[in-house]
Design a protein around this ligand. Structure first.
Ligand code: TYM
Length: 340
């Protein structure tokens, strides 16, 4: 049986450059490299999306996100590449409930994202925020995904998925393929460490689509000129010398990281070119120009893809994946005794 690579990006609001560089671009590259030997599942976690404010734009944003993969070069015609929406495959919700009964309150309460998104566990936070990593575990385990390319902020959820799978396997026999441990995931993605594009105003935090400060994030739909301006006004530091040091010079290091990814130039080479220079303005200028060119080209490609094409891709993927998911769900239902 082929191993599976699987990932998803929520679509609340527009996606950021962090989502693109941290998820969309690497998954499209991984798909190009591995689709002949692996199944590659790329899905829209629309059920995860509604934990945040519901704004009536979910359908539109879903379509846009698929266009982003396609504009980045995803080969949606490849027989091993499967693109689908989570909510169109009911087994995701059904397996979540079963997994809920094998995960503990302690485990889920320890999730950093839960603490952040619920403002330290506030009682007014919705239960979806709490249950979020279990639905994510179902997304992964239904398709026996070994590799789950995600940014470092999701590693804790991956480890939880692994723990639940191993626990249930111990009890019921090998019903699940646990995802590889985070370290192996990182090796597979050929990154030195989990990638985290930073907030442009507060570079100690990750760039997040939910940030209220427009200058802190680059949206994929930003006008190229406006995006370039945000780079020029990004927060740096008072050290006065360019060095790659995420701890003491997060803003500058973030710019070096972004530059390397946009220009597809190895990070070590970008660092070698800039280390010791003192003009932060020159570095920003190079990043701003690279970003402007990237966005112009990307947005043109996105505009060329029709909704009809996207829907065809989704419906085909959903028909195929429903079978895989239903078969796994039935196996689990039998194991826990609710089916014979
Ligand atoms: P989400 O939608 O918050 O983020 C999608 C992906 O983008 C990565 N990411 C970043 N990477 C680098 N720098 C950033 N600033 C940045 N911001 C976001 C995230 O790490 C993630 O890989 N729970 C997931 C969605 C999901 C999922 C799954 C993923 C649901 N089920 C199953 C994989 C497998 C999430 O909320 O990601």
């Amino acid at each position: 049986m082929k191993n599976t690579i699987l990932t998803g990006v929520r679509v609340n609001g527009e996606l950021t450059l962090g989502n693109f560089l941290g998820a969309i671009f690497p998954i499209v590259q991984l798909a190009a490299k591995h689709a002949d030997e692996y199944n590659v599942n790329i899905f829209v976690p629309d059920l995860h999306t509604i934990i945040a404010e519901v704004d009536g734009k979910l359908h539109e944003n879903t379509m846009k996100s698929i266009k982003y993969y396609m504009a980045t070069g995803l080969d949606t015609k490849h027989p091993n590449i499967h693109v689908y929406r989570q909510s169109y495959i009911p087994a995701h919700s059904e397996l979540t409930w079963i997994l809920d009964c094998f995960a503990t309150m302690g485990e889920t309460s320890r999730m950093i994202q839960y603490k952040e998104k619920s403002d330290g566990g506030k009682e007014s936070a919705n239960v979806g925020i709490f249950n979020y990593p279990i639905l994510m575990a179902a997304d992964i385990l239904l398709y026996s995904a070994k590799y789950v390319p995600v940014g470092e902020d999701q590693f804790q959820h991956l480890e939880l998925t692994r723990d639940i799978a191993l626990r249930m396997n111990k009890k019921f026999g090998e019903i699940f393929v646990p995802p590889a441990p985070s370290r192996e995931q990182v090796e597979f993605m050929s990154l030195d460490e989990g990638l985290r594009i930073r907030d442009l105003v507060h570079p100690e935090k990750k760039m997040s689509k939910s940030s209220r400060n427009e200058n802190a994030k680059i949206m994929l739909s930003d006008r190229p000129e406006a995006a370039a301006k945000k780079i020029m006004s990004a927060t740096t530091d008072s050290v006065g010398k360019i060095q790659f040091d995420m701890f003491n010079q997060a803003g500058i290091s973030n710019l070096l990281q972004i530059l390397s990814l946009l220009k597809r130039e190895p990070l070590q080479d970008v660092i070698a070119r800039w280390t010791g220079e003192s003009s932060y303005g020159d570095l920003k200028q190079e990043v701003a120009v690279a970003l402007k060119h990237f966005l112009q080209d990307f947005q043109e490609k996105v505009a060329e893809i029709s909704d009809k094409t996207v829907l065809e891709v989704l419906e085909e993927g959903e028909a195929r994946m429903r079978k895989v998911a239903d078969a796994k769900l039935l196996e689990v239902q039998k194991a826990v005794g609710i089916r014979r």
